[in-house]
Design a protein around this ligand. Structure first.
Ligand code: FES
Ligand code: FES
Length: 159
């Protein structure tokens, strides 16, 4: 049995897990949190990005047993508990960012981690923070614009 704190709630995984089972498998297959995507499975594409204690992490490369005791945030936990979209999610809609959409949960999680650290990111900051998240549809320019919009909106909320 494994206890994981996910999106502020303790979740118990009863399945018998191998110690090497990736967190991504547990999120998707055991807990039904399928917003986090399986892309390459090798740590190269970023589709599986979640936050561990606020830091972006590739959930295909993290053993589930190692995530126990950490605060895990998935795309399902990015919006407020009241259901209000995260400013990034709203900006994604406003800029029509997604194409096929497959990479986008991971992109949003990386972008959210960036804005926590850098409320006013430069283009270079964005490119650097997002460089590990691949998009085969080439939505990079729209994502960059949406991140700037979300950053402005977040700053407006705080002022
Ligand atoms: S599925 Fe984890 S980095 Fe690609
Ligand atoms: S929107 Fe299709 S892979 Fe990124």
């Amino acid at each position: 049995m494994l206890r994981l704190k996910i999106n502020g709630t303790e979740r118990v995984v009863d399945a018998v897990l191998d110690d090497s089972t990736p967190l991504l498998w547990v999120l998707r297959d055991e807990l039904g949190l399928v917003g986090t995507k399986f892309g390459c499975g090798g740590g190269f594409c970023g589709a599986c990005t979640v936050h561990l204690n606020g830091e972006p992490a590739r959930s295909c490369q993290v053993r589930a047993v190692d995530a126990a005791g950490m605060a895990i945030t998935t795309i399902e936990g990015l919006a407020s508990t009241g259901g209000e979209l995260h400013p990034l999610q709203q900006a994604w809609l406003d800029h029509d960012v997604p194409q096929c959409g497959y990479c986008q949960a991971g992109q949003l999680m990386s972008a959210a981690a960036l804005l926590k650290k850098k409320p006013t990111p430069s283009d270079a900051d964005i490119d650097s923070a997002m460089s590990g998240n691949l998009c085969r549809c080439g939505t990079y320019q729209r994502m960059r614009a949406a991140i700037h919009t979300a950053a402005r909106n977040l700053r407006g909320r705080r002022s």
